[in-house]
Design a protein around this ligand. Structure first.
Ligand code: B12
Ligand code: SF4
Ligand code: SF4
Length: 377
């Protein structure tokens, strides 16, 4: 089969499998300098895996000897908002749009596996590897090369027809195919995403993860810097702001993947229910959801911040519960949340906890909070 026909067949099959776009790039090494520069600036924060073995990130041949092509796909996950029929709780947290269905790793890998099986049926003996998010490929760079869009100022891949609410996945193969042209940049003079980012994490085309709410709520295993907590608002998992404000997303088509909708109701946005979730409930509830990545402790830390940011006295009860959590990090954030709500009842909880607190760092946090309060009372 000639490369052109094979490529057309692969793209047709990708569309049948429900992928919203498919393009192909030549598997040449990517320039290393910008990744190195980004890492040197420390913009990866504690995601040390990104700094490990940079050669493997930029050279597909290091992943698959004889690699010749990178087949890139996009799968839309955007939903029409609001989700109908779900009553909104009084204390509602925000979960990023991408995390509302079945874990996208599972959804993408299954479909990519089917696409690879199809390629094998056309070209027996082909070597191929499937990637979806967790592998070392710099997926955005490959998507751009494969013509799926341009890497926009908010650093996501953006497509004129699809917007940016899509996941990326790839198949690396040792087959020669017909290659696509990279799409030109259509951000123009717009800076909406940069202006709207609540924590100032974006400069044009560059993200400092350490300031990004997505990183702080999902990847970080540490205390959230106090300076960012108010700006995080009600987000408990991920952040959608720099995509929501993008003009190219105004007419973005919704996802047609049923799995990405199926469990949307299982994703709890009720902060009171979330705060009451025990580690075992967390594990079973999010077993097939991207949310498990945050870990129970991380999610409870985020819930404590969101409860504080609600500035609603109803949040004092759930925050009081989190102030008794086994994990001291969760207790410290619950203390912050209670102080943010303020008032007699909240401060009585904090004073009471201070008398019993055994963790040195948490005790210091409680003392600092109460010292600020006590001279005034
Ligand atoms: C680590 C990671 C994160 C980190 C870092 C994000 C980032 N911008 O890199 C955090 C946790 C913050 C994150 C957040 C999100 N992520 Co993420 N993430 C990844 C992951 C695993 C690796 C990305 C990576 O290697 N980053 C490293 C840097 C170097 O990459 P870069 O942005 O391309 O950096 C380039 C530019 O900075 C550029 N550059 C241009 N000019 C200049 C100038 C200077 C001075 C410098 C230094 C660099 C530079 O050069 C760099 C190298 O190409 C990928 C999956 C993968 N394996 O690729 C998903 C991925 C990028 N994430 C994805 C998603 C959906 C998200 C979120 C939208 C989720 C959410 N709603 O919360 C947010 C978006 C935040 C944002 N504005 O980017 C999707 C993006 C899909 C798309 N349409 O683009 C991916 C591809 C996962 C997937 N398979 O679908 N993510
Ligand atoms: S995801 Fe949120 S915090 Fe991160 S860059 Fe975008 S707007 Fe900023
Ligand atoms: S908001 Fe504007 S600058 Fe940001 S990604 Fe969209 S078009 Fe580009």
């Amino acid at each position: 089969v000639d490369a052109r026909q094979l490529t057309l067949d692969i793209k047709r099959r990708a569309a049948q499998l429900g992928f919203d776009a498919c393009g192909v790039a030549r598997a040449e090494p990517l320039p290393e300098d910008r990744l190195a520069q980004w890492l040197a600036l420390g913009y990866h924060g504690t995601m040390t895996y990104l700094a490990r073995d940079p050669g493997r990130r930029v050279d597909p041949a290091a992943l698959l000897p004889g690699a010749r092509s990178v087949i890139c796909v996009a799968l839309l996950y955007g939903q029409a908002e609001p989700e109908e029929g779900i009553p909104e709780p009084r204390l509602r947290g925000e979960v990023s749009a991408y995390a509302r269905g079945v874990d996208y790793h599972e959804v993408l890998r299954k479909r990519l596996g089917e696409l690879l099986a199809f390629i094998r049926s056309l070209s027996p003996g082909v070597e191929g590897r499937v990637y979806a998010d967790t592998g070392p490929l710099l997926e955005k760079s490959w998507a751009v090369r494969a013509g799926l869009g341009w890497q926009a100022k908010n650093t996501n891949v953006l497509n004129r027809r699809l917007g940016s609410w899509f996941f990326l996945g790839e198949i690396l193969v040792d087959l020669a195919l017909d290659y696509d042209q990279p799409a030109p940049d259509h951000c123009g003079s717009c800076t909406r995403c940069i202006d709207a980012c609540p924590t100032g994490a974006l400069a044009p085309y560059v993200l400092d993860s350490r300031r990004c709410v997505s990183y702080l709520t999902i990847e970080s295993r540490e205390d959230t810097p106090v300076a960012f907590r108010e700006a995080m608002g009600l987000f408990v998992f991920g952040c959608d702001i720099c995509q929501k404000v993008c003009p190219w997303n105004r007419k973005a088509p919704p996802s047609t993947a049923p799995e990405l909708r199926a469990e949307s109701r299982a994703v709890e946005r009720d902060l009171v229910k979330l705060a009451a979730m025990r580690p075992a409930d967390f594990s079973s509830r999010y077993r097939r959801s991207a949310i498990k990545r945050a870990t129970w402790s991380g999610l409870m830390r985020n819930v404590a911040i969101a409860l504080g940011n609600s500035r609603d006295e109803e949040a004092i009860g759930p925050l009081g519960g989190l102030l008794e959590a086994d994990d001291p990090m969760v207790r410290r954030h619950a203390a912050w949340g209670l102080a943010r709500i303020g008032g007699e009842v909240a401060f009585r909880r904090l004073t009471d906890r201070r008398a019993r607190e055994t963790d040195a760092t948490t005790l210091r946090t409680l003392e600092e909070i109460l010292r600020l309060r006590e001279p005034a009372s």
